[in-house]
Design a protein around this ligand. Structure first.
Ligand code: SF4
Length: 374
C-alpha cells in the first residue's frame, strides 16, 4: 500500500473546549496513557511498516488533535526520524502551550508548518468557548513562531459562535490579517451533542448563527480575506500563493492517506478505516502488537464517485472532467448531466474550460450542491 500522506492524531488537550467535536481527552486525567503515547505511535507505525506500507513518496505529515503541541519535541523528532522526509510537515499547536524554546526545537525536527488554534481574538469569546488562551497569547505564539523560523503558519478561526455578530467577525479577521499568516482556515462552528454548548443548544438555551447569518459571515470573510491577498482555494481555507495545505489537498483530492494514533482515520483507494477511539483499547491493542483498527468499510464505485465529487467541488479549481474520467473511468459531465445543468441554471455551478466548480453562490450554499451528487 502506497501512501503519500500520514496523519498522526494526538488525542490530548489541557481541557475540553465547550464546543469540541474532536476525539480528545483532558491530559491531566489521562497521564497513564499520555506518558506512553509517543512509544505507542512508534509501535503502530512499525506495525504498518510490517504490512509493507510504502512511504517512499511521502508528501505530507500532519500532527493533528487534540493538542499535538503537548507532545515533547523528542517524541515528534523520533516519529519523524522513522519516516522519509516529506515536503510539508505540519503540527497543530495551541497558543498557550508553546514558547520560543519549544518552537525553535520543533523547527529543528523538520516540522516546517505550524497551525495555530486561535479561533477568535475576542477574549470574552475565548473564555466562554473554554479556550485556555487569550488574544495576547495568540500574538505572542505567532511572534515566537516567526522568530523560530516558521515561514508557513496557519491560523484557525471559527465563526458563527453564540453572540458573535458581523462586527466581531470583522475584528477577528482584521486581527488575523495584521499577523500576516500565510494560511487561514475559517470553519463554521459545529457543536457535538455531548459538548456543554451542544447540550445547551439542545435544551434551547443557546443559539448559534443560523444559515442566513452564517452565509453572510462567510461572504464577509471571502471579501475581506481575498482583498488582503489570501485566496480562497477551498470552501473554508485561504492561502497566499504557494501556501495551500498539501496535506488537506490530499484529502480533497481523495488521495491515499494513513492515520496513526487513537481514533485516526485512513483512506486507501476503496477502503476506509478508523482506529479505536478509546485510549485504553488503543493502548492494549498496540502494546500487544495488533493494529488498532476498529471500523473498516469498502466503498462501492458509486460511493467513491459521489465522495470524489463532493470533495473535489470543495476546491476552488473544482473538478477537471478529463482528469476525473482518467482516475475513475467515468465522465461526470455525462453521468450527472441533468444535475449539472440544473445547478448551472440556478447559478450554483460554473462549467468552463473542461471543468466544473462552485460559483460564489454555490460556495455559500455548498450543501445544496453536494446533495445533488449523492
Ligand atoms: S483544543 Fe481543540 S481538540 Fe482540544 S478540546 Fe479544544 S477544540 Fe477540542
Amino acid at each position: 500500500m502506497k501512501f503519500t500522506s500520514i496523519y498522526v492524531h494526538i488525542p490530548f488537550c489541557r481541557r475540553k473546549c465547550n464546543y469540541c467535536d474532536f476525539v480528545s481527552y483532558p491530559v491531566e486525567e489521562q497521564q497513564q496513557y499520555f506518558s506512553v503515547y509517543g512509544d505507542l505511535l512508534l509501535k503502530e507505525l512499525n506495525l504498518w511498516q510490517q504490512q509493507e506500507c510504502d512511504f517512499s513518496q511521502l508528501e505530507s505529515i500532519y500532527f493533528g488533535g487534540g493538542t499535538p503541541s503537548l507532545l515533547p519535541v523528542e517524541t515528534i523528532s523520533k516519529i519523524l526520524s522513522d519516516l522519509p522526509q516529506a515536503a510539508e510537515i505540519t503540527l497543530e499547536a495551541n497558543p498557550e502551550t508553546v514558547d520560543l524554546v519549544y518552537l525553535q526545537q520543533l523547527r529543528k525536527t523538520g516540522v516546517n508548518r505550524l497551525s495555530l488554534g486561535a479561533q477568535s481574538f475576542n477574549d470574552q469569546a475565548l473564555q466562554s468557548m473554554g479556550r485556555c488562551h487569550t488574544a495576547e497569547q495568540i500574538k505572542a505564539a505567532f511572534a515566537a513562531a516567526r522568530q523560530a523560523g516558521f515561514t508557513n503558519i496557519n491560523l484557525d478561526l471559527i465563526y458563527g459562535w453564540p453572540y458573535q455578530d458581523k462586527s466581531i467577525l470583522q475584528a477577528d479577521l482584521q486581527a488575523a490579517l495584521v499577523l500576516g499568516s500565510e494560511h487561514l482556515s475559517l470553519y463554521g462552528i459545529s457543536l457535538s451533542e455531548q459538548s456543554p454548548w451542544g447540550q445547551k443548544k439542545l435544551a434551547g438555551q443557546l443559539a448559534i448563527a443560523d444559515s442566513d447569518l452564517s452565509a453572510d459571515m462567510q461572504e464577509i470573510a471571502m471579501e475581506t480575506l481575498e482583498s488582503a491577498g489570501l485566496m480562497q482555494y477551498e470552501i473554508a481555507n485561504y492561502a497566499k500563493e504557494g501556501f495551500a495545505s498539501r496535506h488537506n489537498c490530499a484529502y480533497w483530492r481523495r488521495q491515499n492517506y494513513l492515520g496513526i494514533g487513537c481514533a485516526a482515520a485512513s483512506c486507501y483507494i476503496d477502503k476506509r478505516w478508523s482506529n479505536l477511539r478509546s485510549l485504553c483499547d488503543y493502548t492494549v491493542n498496540v502494546e500487544q502488537g495488533r493494529l488498532p483498527v476498529c471500523e473498516q468499510e469498502t466503498l462501492s464505485i458509486d460511493e467513491i464517485i459521489a465522495e470524489a465529487i463532493f470533495l473535489g467541488l470543495r476546491l476552488r479549481q473544482g473538478i477537471n472532467f478529463n482528469q476525473f474520467a482518467e482516475q475513475y473511468g467515468l465522465k461526470p459531465e455525462n453521468r450527472f448531466a441533468k444535475q449539472i445543468r440544473q445547478l448551472v441554471n440556478n447559478g450554483l455551478l460554473v462549467v468552463e474550460d473542461g471543468s466544473m466548480r462552485l460559483s460564489k453562490k454555490g460556495i455559500l450554499l455548498g450543501n445544496e450542491v453536494f446533495y445533488k451528487f449523492v
